[in-house]
Design a protein. Sequence first.
Length: 342
Amino acid sequence: MTTLLGIETSCDETSAAVVQDGRTILSLVIASQADFHARYGGVFPEMASRMHIEAIHPVITQALEQAHGSLDEIDVIAVTRGPGLAGSLVVGMNAAKGLALGRGLPLIGVSHLEGHLYSLWLVEGAEQTQFPVMCLIVSGGHTELVLMTDHLHYRRLGGTIDDAAGEAFDKVGRMLGLPYPGGPYIEKAAREGNPAAFAFPRAWLEGAHDFSFSGLKTAVLRELKRQAPDSHPGEAAPPPNTPIADLAASFQAAAVEVLAVKTVAAARVHGATAIFMAGGVSANKALRAEMEKRAGDLPVRFPPLILCADNAAMIAAAGHWRFLAGHRDSLAMDVKPNWKLT
Ligand SMILES: Nc1ncnc2c1ncn2[C@@H]1O[C@H](COP(=O)(O)OP(=O)(O)OP(=O)(O)O)[C@@H](O)[C@H]1O
Ligand SMILES: [Mg+2]
């Protein structure tokens, strides 16, 4: 049995977790700064870094306590190496190096994106996974279609050519006067709206496994300006009579349709045995439903809500598989803010 301490500080969540064998979560602590950054309408990098510095030790201590253990029970330290904000990544990295050095423990730098994928291995039944699996990573910074051919082996098929899906949700949320981050608020508003109220464009990008969301975002902006030419979407609250629910529902319908149709098509082309969705946007119930509808008899898996957003359990899970494969990093390891999965 191998017990890993995972540490994640790539963006605005300070998180630590103790995970056994990449499968069983003994503890998971997440200190989110989202409420702080909400006032800026996005993450304020310098403050994110400072807040990680304040939170990192209490969060790690709490994770060890909640696992009813101490560093004595930890065999391996796994930490997010990138991608993410450099000043944020460095805080988790330095904490991980300190613990590894002090305790003489192996240290493993993990890709945040690989972490999102391994959140699926913390779910019941994951052991039965047969490769290849079609993975859609949909988060605030990424929209990536990746064929996973084995543990730790990926083939990138495509991704967004402009905004990430989560970024589009957040920008449209801002235009509609919804709080930050817009994703969950759009989902909530959309429940009361008509998804067919506005025929927003779907960017199919025929022949490529790529996505584009900037045209959709601009279409929402144009509709808001058409309805209220003197309004300033994104800068000032929309006028009181704005059909927020219908706009949210129509935007969401366009975004999830493209994500689902293109992911299922790629899965069929590449003979995938299942579709795995991960990342913040995979929490979206409309996306989950649309993916399942389009996938038919192809199984679709997504993480439980707590594991969709940034968390250290997924980093420990990915770290476990890297550890098994013999991967070790030195104390000279540096963060990689622009690290690609493949
Ligand atoms: N229910 C939801 N519907 C749509 N989007 C959502 C929902 N819940 C969260 N999101 C979006 O998920 C994103 C955050 O996800 P996550 O924390 O995985 O991203 P990130 O870590 O900032 O980016 P990355 O993982 O690419 O580095 C935000 O854009 C947020 O709006
Ligand atoms: Mg993330």
